[in-house]
Design a protein around this ligand. Structure first.
Ligand SMILES: [Zn+2]
Length: 503
């Protein structure tokens, strides 16, 4: 049955009057919101500030002790779920018993154990059907490929006996348009995977994800004739094509089948069916979120809020973050969601703010940033906020309200920040729960403050500074073949070009 918009809004109003049981218990403080630390360390997001989980011979490996310190830090920030993605490079038959696959499972199991000791749950998310180093998407409508998909889910869940939650998401990368696959196929097949997981690990948490506009790419990603599901970077954008008819049809299908998911299933749905999660026009997802929230706990999977992808520098995007949290509160009974990072060793302030944004949506992000710096640098740190926020200078995915200053003034202020950070060496609180340790963190800030100051000097050597940035952030890619997603190089060029064009 197609529900009209008016019926949906009526549903939303009803949901507000009588909150579902889980929401009532949450309001009574019995069920805390899920505050999810989502560390995406996939192979196209490698950098000096993210763990390298795939290339034992290359830099940026983390020891188990490093991981334990990371977990201690995020627990202290207020996170209660540790989440990682089993990226396609591992979600394939070849990887299961490879040395890299075995070590990945060993180390993540150790992390999960430590996370449990700190009161966090652990979640692994997997794109339902995208497999292998080249990110090929298998087709659930081909019997042999569906058997392979089911086998991989089964095999990999068994590798993580302590896992609390398994997340199913549609793709990005990947999705299928072959052999009649549609968004409804993704929903139907996710139900089968969820049943498989629930049978394998009775009561395991399931997170069913609608990511994309909605159900990323299923039935609408361009696949050329003769495709075997190969990942083609230029075609990924087609998965973002929004169609109201497709959204209505597939969301109605989800509502129809929602009750068939295992009892312990939550649904992730953003406020809007677009990359920014903006509830605008036909892309407004709020009525659907409310309809789902009548029977299931819902989470936000808003990826646009914290730091973007491959925009590696210190971030300060908190006005929009807290505004979005308030929009979510006004829209539906959201019960937590993800905080994405690919730079946990650099953007600790963002992680702290993101966790706090679920605890106190009315919190003042500037005060919180000050609190963070006081923990690391003592009282002198509170004054760092005004300079630190100057790093957020480049318009980017999810960051539109950037600082604008005349170049010379920016240079002067950033140079002063370098001095201030240098002077703070003696003030560092070595006992602060931070990963890496507070002095190392201070040095990272000095590096970026100096780089941003140098890039805005009167006559910078841009090529040399670009190399300085690349060497500090991305040098691991000098030793890898070109990835199917080559964004680190493109984004480095873009980063430096911003300063070249700034008068
Ligand atoms: Zn297919």
């Amino acid at each position: 049955m197609q529900l009209t918009r008016r019926q949906f809004l009526g549903t939303a109003a009803a949901a507000c009057l009588v909150p579902p049981a889980w929401a009532q218990s949450e309001q009574r403080g019995l069920t805390p919101p899920r505050i999810i630390y989502y560390n995406n360390f996939a192979s196209h997001l490698l950098c000096a500030f993210n763990p390298n989980m795939y290339y034992p011979e290359l830099p940026y490996r983390w020891s188990d002790e490093d991981w334990r310190r990371l977990v201690d830090m995020i627990a202290s920030f207020g996170f209660n779920v540790f989440e990682f993605w089993l990226e396609p490079r591992l979600f394939c038959r070849e990887a299961i018993d490879s040395a890299v696959g075995r070590e990945f499972a060993r180390q993540l199991n150790a992390v999960i154990e430590h996370a449990h000791s700190r009161g966090l749950q652990a979640e692994m998310i997997i794109a339902i059907a995208t497999v292998g180093e080249k990110w090929r998407t298998l087709c659930p409508n081909l019997a042999a490929e569906w058997r392979e998909i089911s086998f991989l889910w089964d095999a990999w869940i068994r590798r993580f006996p302590g896992l609390d939650i398994a997340g199913i998401f549609p793709g990005d990368p990947g999705a299928c348009s072959r052999n009649g696959c549609t968004a409804e196929t993704y929903i139907d097949k996710s139900l089968e995977i969820a049943a498989l997981l629930d049978q394998l690990r009775p009561g395991i948490g399931i997170e069913f994800n609608t990511w994309g506009p909605p159900f990323f790419g299923w039935g609408n990603i361009r696949m050329p004739p003769g495709s075997h599901g190969e990942f083609i970077p230029e075609d990924q954008g087609t998965a973002w094509t929004f169609s109201k008819e497709r959204a209505d049809r597939s969301m109605n299908h989800l509502l129809k089948r929602l009750a068939e998911f295992p009892a312990n299933t939550v649904v992730s749905i953003n406020l809007g069916f677009n990359g920014d999660g903006n509830p605008q026009g036909e892309q407004d997802a709020r009525p659907w979120a409310n309809a789902i929230a009548k029977t299931r706990r819902i989470l936000t999977w808003d990826f646009s809020l914290t730091e973007g992808e491959n925009a590696v520098y210190p971030h300060y995007r908190f006005k929009r973050l807290f505004a979005r949290r308030k929009e979510e509160r006004a829209a539906a009974t959201y019960s937590g969601g993800i905080c994405f990072t690919m730079t946990p060793m650099l953007n600790q302030v963002s992680l702290y703010e993101a966790a706090q944004s679920f605890k106190d949506r009315d919190g003042d992000p500037h005060r919180l940033a000050g609190d963070f710096f006081v923990k690391v640098f003592g009282e002198t740190g509170r004054a760092f906020v005004d300079e630190y926020r100057l790093f957020e200078i480049i318009p980017d995915w999810g960051s539109y309200d950037v600082t604008k200053l005349p170049r010379a003034e920016y240079h002067r202020r950033m140079s002063a920040f370098v001095d201030r950070l240098e002077d703070a060496k003696g003030a560092v609180k070595s006992g602060a729960v931070l990963f890496p340790d507070p002095e190392k963190y201070r040095q990272e800030l000095v590096f970026f403050a100096r780089l941003f100051a140098d890039l805005t000097a009167p006559h910078p050597d841009y090529d040399a500074l670009k190399q300085v940035y690349w060497n500090r952030v991305y040098r691991i890619y000098d030793r890898l073949p070109d990835h199917v997603d080559p964004r680190p190089r493109g984004n480095t060029d873009r980063f430096v070009r911003h300063f070249m064009g700034w008068t």
